[in-house]
Design a protein around this ligand. Sequence first.
Ligand code: ASP
Length: 337
Amino acid sequence: MNDKHIGLIYAGGTIGMTLTAQGYAPMQDFGDALARLFAAAGDTLPRYTLHEYAVPIDSTNATPQDWQNIGRDIAARYNDYDGFVVLHGTDTMVYTAAALSFMLQGLRKPVIVTGSQVPLGVARSDAAQNLVTAMQLAASDAINEVAIYFNQRLLRGNRATKVSTERMDAFDSPNYPWLADVGIHVRFNRAALLARADTERFELPDYGRQSVLPVRFVPGMPTAAVQAMIDLKPQALILQCYGAGNAPDRDPALLDMLARASAQGMVIAACSQSPHGRVAIGTYAAGAGMTAAGVIGSGDMTFEALFAKLHHLLARGLAPEDLRKQLLRDLAGELSA
Ligand code: ASP
């Protein structure tokens, strides 16, 4: 374990916060607190070098630009370390993890993203457990992908979703098995882990200028609400449909507006409001017209992975037709065949 060297990136989140008069905010001496924790774990942990961001953020404020900064930092230091741990807030952790998986395709070492529900040093905090285990996992030869470690679960980053604001098991991956179950022993699910690629295929296009907007259907929603989103002219629109990818079709205006937007080059993807299962547009007559309107079903991708993937493909500058095809290709284990 000791001969491995881990790059530890501290981007922000509850894990490094302390209670102030205004509520939780980043603590001053987080680096020292980490050093004390890791020293107590002794030689069960690999060596590490801490890269603290000048302004650690609450991940609620994260933007695609922040995803990109982390991705580029890892890429720039890739050869200096045997693995990486990224400390991040839980609120948007899965978006960042998914985006990292698209930037760092063909990874040949672990990138483990973690955080905590309760800050380090607070009674009953989950931070120490998550941190120590994430460091050990980052030194493992079995992992060649971006994964989230949280409360005894190792999950594929682009398959995870935050399922609880309160429980210590804040994340799950409804459409993909856990990569490892971590109790007294670490039990890897070898069949679920990505195999080590022959070579890295990093893609680090400029993030930040893409516009992807979501529309969540609710019963009785006026179609004008969808039109209002389309009028904002995003490059891509995500329809958060019901069940297997169904959208209300009593008002034909909806399909017309979607067809017009698609014809004008807007990429429109449908996902499901149900976390488990896949989208199969046309299973029900209601919504079957969406395919003709150019809407693409997103298979079993999570909403967060779909959002990050759209950003990534748009950043690559793909034309709408190519982008629609790429969206249905599995890039980093985010989509089942
Ligand atoms: N709001 C915090 C964040 O996402 C929550 C957390 O870290 O758990 O940064």
